[in-house]
Ligand binder design. Structure first.
Ligand code: SAM
Ligand code: SF4
Length: 324
């Protein structure tokens, strides 16, 4: 069991498999992905060993992320490999929805159980402005394909952006009225290189929580082991709402996740300065015990909080580099 010095258990791994992305979201990769020199992303065999190590230590949920995970040519094999790892009971991904319409069924059949699709706006022009792509209709068709393919959970992620989508709560709510979809609003996070953008567009998630409460939405009690999202439900809506407010007091108390970047670095928090290189421990099957010992020991240095309120952003320059 992976436990840190503050008694938090870590049963959830966010695993990035690529830094490459075909979108250029203004808050993440405003100039699009640019290839960097250096080692390539983790290979399938390294990913398989990594998953075994974590699963042996009690990790039962893995979210595949990126960059855009689906740009990897072996994405279906990655899904199959992780789904077949003993101990992994929940396999999810976060995607920008590119070609989701064509792939939703294949990924589901390969073993993917849950999917988060990023949709920052239900207005075509705003979606285009934020992502650099005129693909809202295609992404929405992809979400319908996920519902048809019977995923266990379909969620939509929207980063709250002042003056861009924060006035459109009704459009988001309309979407979940008759669909079993959870709409998740994520507060924009400051990273090492978005200080100006953050100053201009950050809006507190309390804007949404106050509007939801006025409209009769009810906050669900947090289930044991639940992550940091605050969930809201409403009797007139099939879907639900989740709020992810990293600047809220006590956000880190319920931290239950670890991150591994596409380059095989363990990040104890999204905002730590450095990742710890796991790759040398992923080269042969007989390194499993060494890997597990390293993971257990490393976790003891996890800090109690991200200290974002103190202006600390760590070494995370862009979420696409580590997976968000
Ligand atoms: N490409 C996929 C996607 O966009 O869904 C997966 C990777 S993306 C880095 C994961 C999540 O991080 C997305 O929901 C994205 O909106 C979010 N994200 C990226 N940069 C962010 C920031 N500065 N603050 C808050 N969320 C951010
Ligand atoms: Fe790409 Fe996702 Fe970042 Fe947008 S948020 S640029 S889709 S990695």
């Amino acid at each position: 069991m992976l436990q840190d010095a503050f008694g938090r258990s870590f049963e959830y791994l966010r695993l990035s498999i690529t830094e490459v992305c075909n979108f250029s979201c203004t808050y993440c990769l405003p100039d699009g992905y640019r290839k960097k020199p250096g080692p390539g992303f983790m290979r399938l065999d390294e990913i398989a060993r990594l998953a075994c190590g974590f699963a042996d230590l009690g990790t039962w949920k893995i979210r595949i992320t990126g960059g855009e995970p689906s740009v990897r040519k072996d994405f279906v094999q990655v899904i199959e490999t992780l789904a077949a790892t003993p101990g992994v009971r929940r396999l999810a991904t976060t995607t920008n929805g590119y070609r989701l319409n064509k792939n939703a069924k294949t990924w589901r059949e390969a073993g993917l159980q849950a999917i988060n699709v990023s949709v920052d706006s239900f207005r075509d022009d705003v979606f285009h402005k934020v992502t650099g792509h005129d693909r809202l209709a295609e992404v929405l068709r992809g979400i319908e394909a996920c519902l048809e393919a019977d995923y266990d959970a379909v969620k939509i992620n929207a980063v709250l952006l002042k003056g861009i989508n924060d006035q459109d709560l009704d459009l988001f709510l309309d979407y979940v009225k008759h669909r079993p979809v959870s709409m998740r609003f994520i507060e924009l996070m400051r990273t090492g290189d978005n200080a100006d953008y953050f100053g201009r567009y950050h809006v507190s998630a309390s804007v949404v929580s106050e509007a939801l409460e006025r409209a009769g939405w009810v906050r669900k009690t947090r289930a044991a082991g639940a992550g940091p999202a605050v969930e809201y439900v409403h009797g007139d809506y099939v879907g639900s709402i989740g709020l992810i407010a990293p600047y809220a007091k006590d956000f880190c108390k319920s931290c239950n996740r670890l991150r591994v970047s596409a380059l095989g670095k363990l990040h104890l928090c999204l905002f730590t300065e450095f990742g710890m290189d796991l790759r040398p421990l992923l080269q042969a099957d007989d390194q499993l015990d060494e890997l597990k010992a390293f993971l257990g020991k490393s976790l003891q240095s996890k800090a109690v909080s991200h200290f974002l309120d103190d202006g600390i952003t760590g070494g995370n320059h862009r979420f696409a580099d580590i997976g968000g």
